[in-house]
Design a protein around this ligand. Structure first.
Ligand code: 4AD
Ligand code: MG
Length: 447
C-alpha cells in the first residue's frame, strides 16, 4: 500500500509511490496525457495521467473530469523542475484514481477573474482559489507565529469576554445586543480592560480573539469583525512596550519569510521589502509627524491633494496622512505621544504635558499604515476616575476596572495588533477583506 501524504511534503517521496486526497483545480489535455493540478489543502500538485497506464473507461473519465471534482490518486512521485504547483518541482503519475465526486459543470468560481462583488458573494467557494489560499496560509502562519513568540517570552494567553457591559474604545462603534434582564450587552471592541485585570494575577498576558467595531467606515482597511492580538505586560512603560512590538513584528515577518516563500511568490510579493523589516524600527513623535505633514501640505500645489493632506496639531491622522508618513522609511514606523483628545480615556498623560498621552501607533511601510495601537495605562486611581468622569463614561460599569488601581497598582502598558491589517501588508494586497476567511463589513454579512 502506498503511503498517504500531504502535497507539502512531496519532496520527501521522490522515487516512491504515494497517495494524495484532494480536489481537481485545473485540467489540461495533451492527447494521450492529461495533466491534473490537484490541491489537497497543504499545496498544489501536478498529477499526470497517461492513456496507457489506465483502463480506457477510467482514462475517458479523467479526460472529462470537471474542476473541483474530489479524487484520491496513487502513483509514483517524480522530481521534475518544470512541474507547476506549490511547492512545485514534483509530479505524481496517475496509476490509480478514485473519483469520489464528479463536480457539477456549473461551478461558479472558474479560474478566470471575477468582479469583487461576485467573488464576495461566493466567498465559500472563492477561498479555494490559489491566491486566496495563499493569503490565508500567510494568515495561519501569522497566528501561530504570534503565539510562538509570546509564549516563548513568558506571556500567558488568557481569553477575555466578547459580551461586555460597556464601551472601552469610544461609544460610537458599539454593537449592542439585548441581554435578558440586564438590559443590553455590547460586543467587545477590545479585551484590554480584562487583560489589565489578568496581569495582576499573571504578570504578562495576552488575549487573542475576534473584536467588533460598528464603525461606519467603508475603507479598504476596516472590518466590523476582526481578530486582534493584545499583549499586556505589567511593570512595563512605553519604551518597553515598543520593544515588545518590535520583537513580535520581526518574529512574525521572519516566520512568514521562512515558511511561506511559495505563497508570497504566488502572490507576487516583493520579498526584499519584507527582508528589510529588522529591529530597531524608526521612531517619531506625534509633534514631529504633525510638523512634517503641515510642511508637506504647504508645499503641495495640486489643490485636491492640498485639501486631502490638510493637517493641524491635535488632529488624528487620516489614511492619506499615514500614507505620507510611511513613505519616510522602509521599515515600520513608531509614532508616539498623540494628543490625549484623539485617544482613549485609559492612556497615561505625558509627564508635564497633560494634553499629550503615552500612546504609540505602529505604521506598516509601503502605505499600509496603522497595524498596532497601544499605550501606557493610567495607573493612579484618582487620575483614572477623573478621566472616566471627564469623558462622561458610566462610572458604575468601570467600578471593577478602578479597583485594579487600588490594590497593588503598577505601571503597565499594552497594545493591540490587527491580524488582518498585518496579513494585508505582508501579502501586499489591496483590500483587508481578503485577509480573513469570511469578511464582515458594513455592507456584508453573507455568506
Ligand atoms: O488602535 P485600536 O483601536 O486599539 C485598541 O483597541 C486597544 N484597546 C488595544 C490595546 O491597547 N490593547 O486597535 C488596535 C488595532 C489597530 O492598530 C488595527 O490594526 C486593528 O486593531 N483595528 C482594526 N482592524 C480591522 N478593522 C477595524 N475596524 C479595526 N480597528 C482596529
Ligand atoms: Mg488605533
Amino acid at each position: 500500500m502506498a503511503e498517504q501524504i500531504s502535497v507539502s511534503h512531496i519532496s520527501n517521496y521522490a522515487g516512491r509511490e504515494a497517495t494524495i486526497k484532494g480536489w481537481v483545480y485545473n485540467r489540461t489535455d495533451k492527447g494521450k496525457l492529461v495533466f491534473l493540478l490537484v490541491r489537497d489543502g497543504s499545496g498544489f500538485l501536478q498529477c499526470v495521467a497517461f492513456k496507457g497506464d489506465l483502463p480506457p473507461d477510467v482514462f475517458e473519465k479523467v479526460m472529462r473530469l470537471p474542476q473541483e471534482s474530489s479524487v484520491i490518486i496513487t502513483g509514483p512521485v517524480r522530481e521534475d523542475k518544470r512541474a507547476p504547483g506549490i511547492p512545485g518541482g514534483y509530479e505524481l503519475g496517475v496509476r490509480e484514481i478514485e473519483i469520489l465526486q464528479e463536480a457539477g459543470l456549473d461551478y461558479p468560481m472558474s479560474l478566470k477573474d471575477h468582479g469583487p462583488d461576485f467573488a464576495l458573494d461566493h466567498r465559500h467557494l472563492w477561498i479555494r482559489k490559489k491566491s486566496q489560499w495563499a493569503i490565508l496560509k500567510v494568515r495561519v502562519k501569522v497566528m501561530s507565529a504570534v503565539r510562538e513568540y509570546l509564549d516563548g517570552q513568558g506571556f500567558f494567553n488568557l481569553d477575555t469576554p466578547i459580551l461586555t457591559p460597556a464601551a472601552a474604545e469610544g461609544t460610537t462603534t458599539l454593537f449592542e445586543t439585548p441581554y435578558f434582564d440586564e438590559g443590553f450587552a455590547y460586543l467587545a471592541q477590545t479585551g484590554q480592560l480584562y487583560n489589565e485585570a489578568n496581569i495582576f494575577s499573571f504578570g504578562k498576558v495576552y488575549c487573542f480573539g475576534p473584536t467588533f467595531r460598528a464603525e461606519k467606515s467603508k475603507t479598504r482597511r476596516h472590518l466590523t469583525e476582526f481578530w486582534m492580538l493584545e499583549p499586556d505586560p505589567a511593570f512595563c512603560d512605553l519604551e518597553g512596550l515598543m520593544e515588545v512590538e518590535e520583537g513580535l513584528i520581526t518574529h512574525i515577518v521572519q516566520s512568514v519569510l521562512r515558511d511561506c516563500e511559495a505563497e508570497l511568490k504566488h502572490l507576487g510579493r516583493e520579498v526584499s521589502k519584507l527582508k528589510a523589516v529588522t529591529a530597531p524600527f524608526p521612531r517619531m513623535t506625534y509633534d514631529e509627524a504633525a510638523k512634517y505633514l503641515i510642511e508637506l501640505g504647504k508645499g503641495e500645489t495640486d489643490p485636491e491633494r492640498k485639501e486631502l493632506l490638510k493637517f493641524e496639531w491635535g488632529m488624528d491622522f487620516g489614511a492619506p496622512h499615514e500614507v505620507e508618513l510611511t513613505k519616510l522609511n522602509d521599515k515600520p514606523l513608531f509614532i508616539y505621544g498623540y494628543p490625549s483628545a484623539v485617544k482613549a480615556f485609559y492612556m497615561e498623560p505625558w509627564p508635564g504635558r497633560p494634553e499629550v498621552c503615552k500612546s504609540v501607533d505602529l505604521l506598516a511601510p509601503e502605505g499600509y499604515g496603522e497595524i498596532c495601537g497601544g499605550s501606557e495605562r493610567v495607573s493612579d486611581h484618582e487620575a483614572l476616575l477623573n478621566r472616566i468622569r471627564k469623558e462622561g463614561l458610566p462610572e458604575e460599569s468601570f467600578k471593577w476596572y478602578l479597583d485594579l488601581r487600588k490594590y497593588g497598582s503598577v505601571p503597565h502598558s499594552g497594545f493591540g495588533m490587527g491580524v488582518e491589517r498585518v496579513v494585508t501588508w505582508l501579502c501586499g494586497i489591496e483590500h483587508i477583506r481578503e485577509a480573513i476567511p469570511f469578511p464582515r463589513t458594513i455592507k456584508r454579512v453573507y455568506p
